[in-house]
Every structure is written in C-alpha cells, then in structure tokens.
Design a protein. Structure first.
Length: 549
C-alpha cells in the first residue's frame, strides 16, 4: 500500500526524507520549506515491502486531523486560512474513497425545518458556500469548473392530499424563515419539469436558490488550497496510513500524538477525529487500553447511488425529492442480499454539472421510520425527515437518491437495490420505462458509501469529555458538505481558547455540522472568534458529551 506525504510534486522524495535511518535529527524538505524530523529506531514499519526496515519518523504539528473526507479537509483549510497554525491530515485511504465520494453534493434547504437544532448551522453554511462561489468569480475563476457549482434549485414533490398539506406548511415555514420558497400546483410543476409524471393530485415545494456541488471537484479545490501552505512548512498529508493508536502523555493525560504505520505525529494544540463512520471504532479501540470506555454511537449506513454518465435522454431541470412517506413501498418483494429484511424507501434523482444523472432511493430497516423527505438532485448534502412513531424527526443524509441500510461496514454492490432504484425512479419519470439497465451498462456506475449515522440525527463536534485536546467532528450523515464549514469554525474556535475555558463556554462552542461542505462556515466562525465577534450558531445541540453521558 503506497503511503505518501504531500502528494505533489515529489511524494517519493518526501517519503525518503522522513524515513531516514539516522540516529540524529534530520531535516525533511516540504516544497522548499523544512520540518524537523526525529527518527526512532524502535518503531518499525511492520508491513514494509523493503528487506531493510523502515523506521517511523516523528514530526510535530499544531493540529493533527484524522480523516481526509470533506469534513477533515475543510477543517484543515480553516486552520490554514484563518490562523498561523501548522496542520497534518491523516487518512487510511485517499480523499473521496468513503462517504464523501459517494455523495451527491446537495446544498439545499427544502428538507430543513426552521427552528430545529440544525437549522441555524445549515442556513449559515448554505450562505457561506454561496459566498465562496462568489469569491471565486471575483478571482476570475469559474465556480462550476472549480466546485461543480450549479444553482439548480430544489423541488420536493408530493402526490397525496396529506403530502400537499405538508408542502404548503413547509413553504410557509421556509418563507417566514427568510428563504424564497414557492408552492407549485400541478400545472406549474409540469411546466417546471416536463418529464416528471404529474397528475391532478401532484404539487411541489420549490426553492429556486438552492445549489449543488460536485464532491470530487470540491475536494480537489480544497486540497489545492491546503497544499498552497505546504511550501511554508504548515501543511502535510499522510494518506494510505491507518491510525494504529493514540499516544497519551504520562504527565497530564492528554493525547499528545497519533501513530501510523510509518509516522508518529505529535500535536501541540489538538487532535481532531473526523473519520466518518469509523470514528466510533477508532475511539473505542484506542481508548479502551486507558481504561476509558467511550461509546461514540456513530454507525455506518450503506447507500447505493446510481450514476448514468452523460445521460441526456431525460430532462431534469432541478433537484428532485419525493415527499411521500406513509405509502412508500418496501424491498421485501425483491431479492435482498441483506437477510431478507424489509426496507422502506424513497426516490431521489438529480443531474450534476457534468451531465450525469444521479438517481436512487433511501431505504431503512426500522419499520417505525418512514422517509418524509429525500433529496433527489445532485447536491452533495442531503437530509431526510423521518417519522418515528408518527413524530417528525430530521436526519441528515449523505447522498441523494440512494439506498441506505445498516449492514455493518460492507460496501458490496447489491444489484437488487440498483434494480429497485431504477424501477422506482421510472414511476416518476415514465420515459425511463422504455429503457433497461442492461441497455445502459456502458454508461452505468454505482457509488457505494458508508454514511456516518447518528441516532439523534445531529453530528458531534467539539472536545471529548476528559480529553481536553481531542475533538470529534463526525456523524454528518448526508450533510457533510452542507455543514462542514461550521464544524471547522467550531473546532478552530476551541483550539484558540485558553485551557481555562469554563464549562459553560465549552458547551457554548461545541458544534457538529451535519454536512461535509461546511468548511466555509468554519472559516467565518474562526474569524468571528479571533475578532471577538459573537458566534452565529448555537453549538450546544452538537456537544459530544450529549451522546456520551
């Protein structure tokens, strides 16, 4: 497995430098800047393919981030652009190899409820993404090229009287909260989406200002920004390097470093764990040896997203999501590889900036949970409102139009789910009934990802109780992109605070965004903190201790 630091321009050179076998301190060049490296003869790379042992290097940074998904990368960006701290980011794989790469990039508000715990965070992050797009334009750059940016609007479609009543109420709520939302009757809906099946009972809630991103392009842009700080000696990447353990100080009990196969990375200010659905396992396994039982309840939820490349057979103008939930069909009538368990589903569909059609469904095993809203456009954030025991509850969901199932950490393709996705979307777009999946095999891809699910639908952001310098930023199922910015701000804020911070202050600043793309929110939060401005989001709902108590 290749491991490298700072991919470009000469990753091999970097690696040779940092794994030097000298008994004395050496210096490793990072794009013209130097970082001090300490080698340790006692730490061997156990899986080195070289007959000569490779010794672990020891390096020190202000901040060490575990996880290079959209959340981890945006946290790094926030530190780099809003402070003079140095940052290292570590991941067991490469960016976009997990949930971020399997997402759709939603940046929309149709599924958010004004006044809910996550509303302010989502709203602010939504605005920050728009500000980023505008700033790129001011720099002479094209947001579509850099981020896959599209102002597509989002459309929530209903087909029953109950759903239409719900849509009317949601439009009223959103307008009162300051968003532009419209209720569309069947004729308006048909005009907006000509290929959508519309009957006399159809209607929709339309948010024209909602946007979408491309996860791969956005990650590439953020990496480019982060890497621009490498020449100053402030940034390093350690990809394909799973974390083996956390190293705790004998003097004060703080976690002082993490150890990978080839490196020991020390942190002066804080260690941030943003490892998505793997966060819980990583924390529990690492801390158990210290006699600390930290049950971090983030769980993997598997999803399938069907991607049809360069698909122009269907006209889809906006992000679409199905509003129905009570009468959703299940997968019990098809061959399911998941032990025959019944899944409730909801259809989603979208077109990205490259012209790819993204479609899917959202299934849940829990028969008490029914999907109320599902994003169906190519935005990388996607949130679903569920009804649990007939009570509404919002859950951030990572990718639009795809299935989500609790199946452990399995990422195997389930063709039965893909077939059902196609069958379901054809009920909304009759033109697709004329095509079969076999006809599209040459242009078909299926993205499979594990979304970090939290039982209460809110991510965790902030310090771990009892470990003042360890922070979690995880549980953003489907919302990493839309909430990532804010999370970064909160973490930067915490690391900027004095160790004498009161418990009340800590509670005030603990936040966990529900989206990957909240990187910009973080930047603003950091700036506000440095300038002494009040933060714009209540952080208490996202405190880590709420799920550990």
């Amino acid at each position: 497995m290749a491991t490298h630091c700072l991919f470009f321009p000469t990753p091999n050179f970097c690696r040779r430098s940092i794994t030097h076998r000298s008994a004395f301190s050496s210096r490793s060049i990072f794009f013209g800047a130097s970082l001090k490296v300490h080698t340790n003869r006692n730490q061997l790379g156990r899986f080195s393919r070289s007959p000569t042992p490779i010794y672990c290097s020891s390096q020190e940074f202000d901040v060490v981030i575990v996880g290079a998904g959209i959340i981890g990368l945006t946290i790094a960006r926030q530190f780099l652009t809003s402070s003079d701290l140095s940052v290292a980011i570590v991941d067991k794989a490469l960016p976009c190899s997990g949930a971020t790469g399997a997402g759709q990039g939603y940046l929309w508000m149709a599924h958010k409820t004004p006044g809910s715990d996550i509303w302010d965070l989502t709203w602010r992050s939504h605005q920050l993404w728009k500000m980023l797009a505008e700033s790129l334009k001011e720099q002479g750059l094209n947001p579509t090229v850099e981020l896959g940016w599209k102002k597509t609007g989002s459309l929530l479609v209903g087909r029953t009287k109950a759903q239409l009543d719900m849509l009317k109420g949601r439009v009223k709520q959103l307008n009162e909260a300051g968003l532009k939302a419209e209720y569309l009757c069947n004729s308006d809906l048909s005009e907006l989406e000509p290929d959508l099946f519309v009957d006399k009972d159809s209607a929709g809630a339309f948010l024209p200002d909602d946007c979408q991103l491309d996860a791969y392009l956005t990650v590439s842009y953020i990496e480019k920004v982060n890497r621009s700080f490498a020449s100053k000696g402030r940034y390093a990447e350690f990809y394909n390097e799973p974390v083996k353990r956390f190293i705790r100080s004998n003097s004060n009990g703080e976690v002082k470093a993490i150890e990978t196969l080839s490196h020991t990375l020390h942190s002066k200010k804080g260690i941030i764990v943003a490892a998505g659905c793997w966060t819980g396992c990583l924390i529990q396994d690492s801390f158990r040896n210290w006699g600390m039982e930290l049950d971090v309840p983030v769980r993997p939820r598997k999803g399938h997203l069907l991607v049809l490349q360069n698909f122009d057979y269907l006209q889809l103008n906006h992000g679409l999501m199905e509003a129905g939930y009570v009468d959703h069909p299940t997968l019990s009538d098809i061959e399911s590889s998941e032990d025959g368990r019944s899944l409730s589903v909801s259809m989603t569909a979208t077109v990205d900036a490259a012209g790819n059609l993204l479609i899917g469904m959202l299934p849940f095993y829990n028969l008490h949970e029914f999907v109320l809203i599902l994003p169906i456009y190519t935005l990388n954030f996607d949130v679903v409102c569920l009804f649990c025991d007939n009570k509404p509850k919002s859950y951030p969901i990572r990718y639009q139009g795809s299935s989500r199932e609790f199946v452990g950490f399995s990422t195997e393709l389930d063709e039965s789910v893909v077939r059902y996705i196609w069958k379901r979307v054809a009920e909304f777009f009759p033109k697709l009934e004329l095509l079969s999946l076999s006809d599209l095999s040459a242009n078909r891809k299926v993205r499979i990802g594990l979304r970090p699910y939290m039982p209460d639908g809110k991510p965790m952001i902030g310090p771990v109780p009892g470990l003042s310098n360890v922070y979690l930023a995880a549980g953003h199922e489907g919302g990493g992109l839309s909430m990532g910015h804010w999370r970064q701000d909160f973490i930067v804020l915490f690391l900027s605070l004095s160790h004498a911070t009161t418990e009340q202050d800590i509670d005030k600043f603990i936040f966990v965004p529900v989206s990957d793309i909240f990187a910009l929110g973080t930047a603003e939060m950091v700036a506000d903190t440095v300038l002494g401005h009040p933060t714009k989001v209540d952080c208490a709902p996202f405190a880590v201790h709420r799920v550990l108590d």
